[in-house]
Design a protein around this ligand. Structure first.
Ligand SMILES: [Fe+2]
Length: 581
């Protein structure tokens, strides 16, 4: 049985393909289109996934799309009536519905096939059920509490419930227009970060400030006794004036969601080119504190009502690593699982899993313990990409490559590390990574200004050998997907300044020898030379989606200030530093 999951006509379009019990591929459209957060239909991801699995369009038995226009229809109609008829809203809704009806047609067209060639049954899976399924059904838990929390999807922002075996049950939800994701987006826009997906920048900014505006921000949200919440809608316009959003194709955009009352509360908004002031840091810190207060409070209620000790989290807010890092300490939950593509991209995986288990009743046999579900490229393809640019290189076996690359990193060189299948989700976790020495404090500024060309306050994250993690970080268990922030141990912070954020935290990735032996070998070799089992890891890109093909890896390497590149088995040295201290 072949099941194709799709996230379409939403941000972070993606496709996930199951062939029998095996997940063949899970990939985001942006990696192929080269547009961050690519919306529209994931035509390229679908074509590549089928090709990778050796399937044709006719071989797909079920297509699952993570939108259901009929979900919460009664509430949608009631809301529309309460607002009065607005032509643009009605038109947008109808075009959205018709696009979803045409999934089979669009799929056939994107594969260059007649519609009759697609024999799959199409399923529409409500957005938050898809989010929950994406986490629970690939978690190691037989039973768990579930929470999905984001901006909006299918008229809901937050949904909670329980997973047991191959079934999910829903216990409650928060409907449009109330949304912690929208609150986070509003303040993100106010702080001068207008792009879709910029919320993580505010999370990175928050540790520079103090939550001095927390009391004033609490006016924005009323928490109910059951842990649910309502926004004070006078600070927002997404429910009244509508918000300009584009999901048809290209990168998604979202217009302002906050009202003039927000500026009356906190002063004029910051424009992107204006410098960040201490009160911006403090507002970011206050927003982060409020998100944690509301969501951790909801989680405590869910824990109490379900009596469950394991939690699966999903939705865009589940990428908030700072909040995630506090769950074990501040709620009764004892284990947390978050699938690497917790945001909307992950709903293609979730929709496919929902059909597989909830609808078709198949047993669960798969736990997602790594994130390498993209395409890989052959040794010959890597060599051809280097030859096309007339680069000199050495070909090395795995052990020699790890030793040589680690030696170069220890000498202060910045390494492009390109190996195997690309990652699923927003993080590069050792297959499309830029790696450098965490012991050098100036590395952060150098990377931000010379390699990544991004804001100077943005932190960098570490990869640590799983076996050594507890010696360096205050954390329990593994963190393979870089989704939990924790404290760097106080006595180790000065040894790894480039990955220690201003508040002493880090968003660490624990690297397992079994799931990524090449990356583990690289860090192990670095430890042998330096005594430090930690490297700085950032995604292999420069203000673009993470590189996919060897050609993109080589192009990124050549156009910025990286020093060395390990492209498959080939090691290239553009320039080489030798540490003199
Ligand atoms: Fe979502």
């Amino acid at each position: 049985m072949n099941i194709l999951g799709l996230n379409a006509y939403h941000g972070d379009a993606s496709a996930a393909l199951f062939t029998g019990d095996r997940l063949a591929c899970a990939m985001e459209e942006e990696r192929f289109s080269r547009l961050k957060h690519q919306a529209g239909f994931p035509s390229l991801s679908v074509a590549h996934a089928l090709d990778y699995a050796g399937l044709a369009g006719a071989d797909v038995d079920h297509v699952a799309i993570s939108r259901d226009p009929s979900a919460h229809l009664h509430r949608k109609l009631m809301f529309a009536l309460s607002q009065g008829p607005r032509l643009s809203a009605v038109r947008d809704r109808l075009s959205n519905v018709s696009r979803l009806r045409d999934v089979k047609t669009t799929l056939a067209e994107s594969l260059g096939l007649p519609e009759s060639a697609i024999r799959a049954q199409v399923h529409r899976v409500e957005h938050h059920r898809a989010h929950m399924a994406s986490s629970f059904f690939v978690s190691p838990f037989e039973r768990a509490a579930l929470l999905s929390i984001d901006g909006f999807g299918d008229f809901v922002s937050t949904m909670w419930g329980r997973g047991c075996g191959n079934k999910i049950e829903i216990d409650g939800w928060v409907e449009f227009p109330h949304s912690m994701g929208i609150l986070y987006t509003a303040i993100t826009q106010y702080l001068g970060f207008p792009k879709y997906g910029d919320e993580f920048k505010v999370m990175g900014l928050a540790p520079y400030g103090e939550p001095e505006f927390l009391d004033r921000l609490r006016k924005f949200v009323r928490v109910k006794p059951n842990g649910s919440f309502e926004l004070d809608l006078s600070y927002f316009v997404h429910h009244s004036e509508g918000v300009n959003m584009t999901w048809d194709s290209g990168a998604p955009t979202i217009g302002d969601v906050f009202s003039p009352k927000l500026e009356r509360e906190f002063g004029p908004r910051r424009r992107s080119h204006e410098p960040l002031q201490p009160h911006h840091h403090n507002l970011a810190a206050s927003l982060q504190a409020l998100l944690e207060e509301v969501v951790l409070g909801l989680l405590r209620t869910v824990a109490e009502k379900t009596g469950l000790k394991d939690l699966c989290l999903a939705g865009g807010c589940a990428l908030n690593c700072t909040m995630n890092g506090k769950i074990l300490a501040e709620t009764p939950f004892e284990r947390v699982y978050i699938q690497p593509a917790a945001y909307d991209a992950g709903t293609s995986l979730g929709a496919a899993l929902y059909v597989k288990h909830q609808i078709l009743g198949e047993k669960r046999e798969f736990v997602m313990d790594h994130t390498y579900w993209g395409l890989d490229y052959s040794r010959e393809a890597c060599r051809a990409a280097l030859d096309a640019k007339s680069l000199s290189y050495r070909e090395l076996d795995d052990a020699a490559l790890a030793d040589a690359a680690a030696n170069l990193v220890a000498d202060g060189n910045i390494l492009g590390w390109y190996q195997g299948r690309f990652e699923w989700g927003p993080r590069a976790l050792g297959n499309r990574s830029i790696v450098c020495d965490p012991r050098t404090a100036s590395m952060k500024d150098h990377l931000n200004s010379r390699i990544k060309h991004r804001e100077s306050f943005r932190p960098f994250a570490p990869s640590v050998l799983e076996e050594r993690a507890s010696d360096w970080f205050e954390m329990g268990g593994s963190s393979p997907f870089m989704l939990m922030t924790c404290q760097v141990k106080r006595d180790q912070q000065s040894r790894v300044p480039a990955i220690t954020h201003v508040d002493g935290t880090a968003r660490q990735q624990t690297v397992s020898r079994s799931t990524n032996p090449k990356y583990w070998n690289l860090i192990h070799a670095f430890e042998k030379q330096t005594g430090v089992p930690v490297v700085l890891n950032t995604s292999f890109n420069e203000n673009e989606p993470v590189v996919n093909t060897p050609e993109e890896g080589v192009a990124c390497f050549l156009r910025n200030d990286m020093d060395v590149l390990a492209l498959g088995p080939f090691l290239v040295e553009k320039h080489r530093s030798t540490r003199t201290d």
